[in-house]
Design a protein. Structure first.
Length: 204
């Protein structure tokens, strides 16, 4: 496609690199930005720059935050004896939208997947074990997508945490197999969280 401006072409190239954005959609976005005032365009640009500069990972749970610790970890009203373990920070947002969980979270940063070269050492599994040992955790809840990677990760962590004696459970399988957690509707996700099932330790 021929573009009337080099700047438009560069904007389309950058925007089309975003997930789910093709070149036609990128062009529509670029033209929409051109219709906005200069102040609006500057606010958009500044927000993206600040997003990249300021957002970091919580030192405790690895959720997104602007500070050393996230809002959930520093909230005194959260139930500190419960940890819900998820694949990534998007799952935290999905679970928080259900308003059914008042404990803490732990973001692994992925799931064990040998075929993709992702092993346990590449995930935040050891920090989770340290939290269970040091923070008087009574229950660890697995909230993983219902697939082989989720089951493999749950089994590995259950085995690793078995010596601590902590109660281990998993959200109920109201979530269809193969569906990513972030795409599950809030009602189903809330029901799965409430009706979580206890997982037997590997030694039981």
């Amino acid at each position: 496609m021929e573009y009337p401006s080099k700047s438009i072409e560069e904007a389309v190239n950058e925007l089309s690199g975003l997930p789910g954005i093709g070149r036609k959609t990128a062009l529509r976005l670029a033209l929409h930005i051109l219709k906005q005032s200069e102040a609006q365009a500057e606010r958009l640009g500044s927000s993206i720059i600040e997003l990249r500069k300021r957002v970091q990972f919580c030192k405790r749970c690895h959720n997104f935050t602007d500070h050393e610790l996230c809002k959930i970890c520093t909230n005194p009203r959260r139930e500190t004896r419960l940890i819900c373990v998820v694949e990534d920070a998007r799952d935290v947002m999905a679970l928080e939208n259900t308003h059914q969980f008042n404990g803490l979270y732990h973001v692994l940063g992925g799931l064990i997947n040998p075929l993709a070269g992702i092993g346990p050492s590449m995930l935040h599994i050891e920090p989770l074990a340290e939290r269970v040992r040091n923070e008087k955790i009574e229950e660890v809840i697995f909230a993983f997508s219902a697939n082989i990677e989720g089951d493999t990760t749950a089994f590995y962590i259950s085995k690793k945490l078995a010596p601590t004696g902590v109660r281990i459970s998993s959200i109920a399988r109201g979530i269809p197999v193969g569906l990513d957690l972030e795409y599950t509707d809030e009602v189903t996700l809330a029901r799965s969280l409430i009706n979580r099932t206890r997982l037997a330790s590997p030694g039981e």
